[in-house]
Design a protein around this ligand. Structure first.
Ligand SMILES: [Fe+2]
Ligand SMILES: [Fe+2]
Length: 407
């Protein structure tokens, strides 16, 4: 079946340009075009779409209003907003029902990539339970400005390390936080990292990009303010999981892109906890208390009190922020990998195992019940016999303080 896509834009030129641009997609896409919101809604009422793409600024019903209506009448569609404004964060705040954001003018490949990304993350984006939790956030947690800027630079054809490093160096606070982290025991690098450029060369662009997101998200909270929820411990668990996930990938001889995805997914896998605990501290405290009282795992208790888990909420937000699909999927299922049927190695597998090993090998806090390993999933992956090797390798990484370098 073809993917049904609706484009809504008040400018006839834009619509005809889209029509021309995607002429070669007719085999896969069935495209409809509307010149205003109400017309688009009539088309939706006739037959729902898989994807709706709306311009932000339109007379009468604007893009935000249209997408809000589309959310109600065509809840199964991925919603993409096109805007002339470059402030991604501002747009995502105003257009809460949007799943993806694109700045106008955009190249056809960009729009194609965003559409296919939205479709592949459908399961994450269209989960009602998650949507309900996210809708309760007064404000969507904002992406660190620098991260958004990095995404823009990296979207260019050939981004140079120099350009990226210069951008990081401009954000003095972030650059300092990043260097402090990279030079800390978590990285156990043998050399002192003296500049963002040095960090990028040593660790790779993707890792530095993920660290910017992690440092930015974790760094904005006053860690003292959360007495019952130890943010510091969570951050160090995330850093540890990242390293172990990458080590497991290395043990499996995974290509460097997959290793990076493992690292990033490990680093961000529990970001949903951060968001839930800082936005709803009292309710999250109940989750923790119930876990401590042995009423169930953290996942069960989050489902019970919030209706969705930190894995699902985290993945949804990472998806909105444009983090790679493979990473979003690994975060989404890190406690329930069995929902993914693919055999063999994947970032999901690495993060699932690394999360468990990190809890097992590092200080165990009673706040977190140990995450069970999904034995059936491991067996189905065909990699269960590798577990002792991974455990030993991870142990070594932790002992060494992890002298690692990007790859
Ligand atoms: Fe988790
Ligand atoms: Fe975790």
């Amino acid at each position: 079946m073809k993917t049904r896509i609706l484009f809504v834009d008040d400018e006839p030129n834009v619509l005809s340009a889209l029509r021309r641009m995607f002429h070669d997609m007719r085999g896969e896409w069935e495209m409809d075009f509307a010149q205003d919101g109400p017309t688009g809604l009539t088309m939706i009422a006739e037959q729902p779409f898989d994807v709706v793409v709306a311009d932000m600024r339109m007379p009468g019903m604007d893009g935000a209003m249209f997408l809000r209506e589309a959310q109600i009448h065509n809840p199964g569609a991925i919603r993409i907003v096109l805007s002339g404004h470059s402030d991604r964060d501002m747009i995502m705040q105003t257009v809460r029902p949007a799943h993806q954001f694109l700045q106008k003018p955009c190249r056809p490949e960009e729009l194609k990539a965003v559409i296919s990304r939205g479709l592949s993350l459908r399961e994450v984006f269209l989960d009602e339970r998650v949507k309900n939790v996210v809708a309760k956030l007064d404000q969507l947690p904002t992406v660190p400005r620098l991260y958004a800027a990095l995404l823009d630079v990296l979207a260019q054809e050939d981004p140079s390390v120099r350009e990226v490093s210069a951008l990081i160096a401009q954000d003095v606070g972030m650059a300092a936080g990043l260097l402090k982290l990279v030079n800390s025991a978590f990285f156990g690098l043998r050399t002192h990292v003296s500049s963002p450029a040095h960090a990028v060369n040593l660790l790779g662009l993707d890792v530095v990009k993920a660290l910017v997101l992690g440092v930015g998200l974790f760094g904005r909270f006053d860690k003292e303010a959360f007495h019952d929820f130890d943010l510091e411990k969570l951050w160090s668990h995330c850093l540890g999981t990242a390293r172990l996930a990458r080590e497991i990938a290395a043990q499996e001889d995974a290509p460097s892109e997959a290793r990076e995805h493992c690292y990033i997914a490990g680093l961000l896998h529990d970001v949903g906890k951060l968001v839930m605990a800082t936005n709803f501290p009292e309710l999250y405290l109940e989750v923790i208390r119930a876990c401590q009282a042995g009423q169930g795992t953290i996942l069960d208790m989050e489902q019970h009190f919030f209706g969705a888990s930190h894995a699902e909420v985290g993945a949804y937000l990472l998806g909105l922020w444009g983090v790679e699909d493979a990473v979003v999927r690994a975060v989404y299922l890190h406690h329930e990998p069995g929902r993914d049927r693919r055999a063999g190695f994947s970032p999901l597998l690495a993060v699932h195992v690394a999360n468990r090993l990190e809890h097992e090998l590092v200080v165990i806090s009673r706040d977190y019940a140990i995450n069970p390993l999904d034995e059936l999933y491991l067996a189905a992956s065909g990699l269960a016999p590798r577990l002792p090797v991974w455990r030993e390798a991870c142990q070594k990484v932790l002992e060494q303080g992890g002298a690692d370098s990007g790859g």
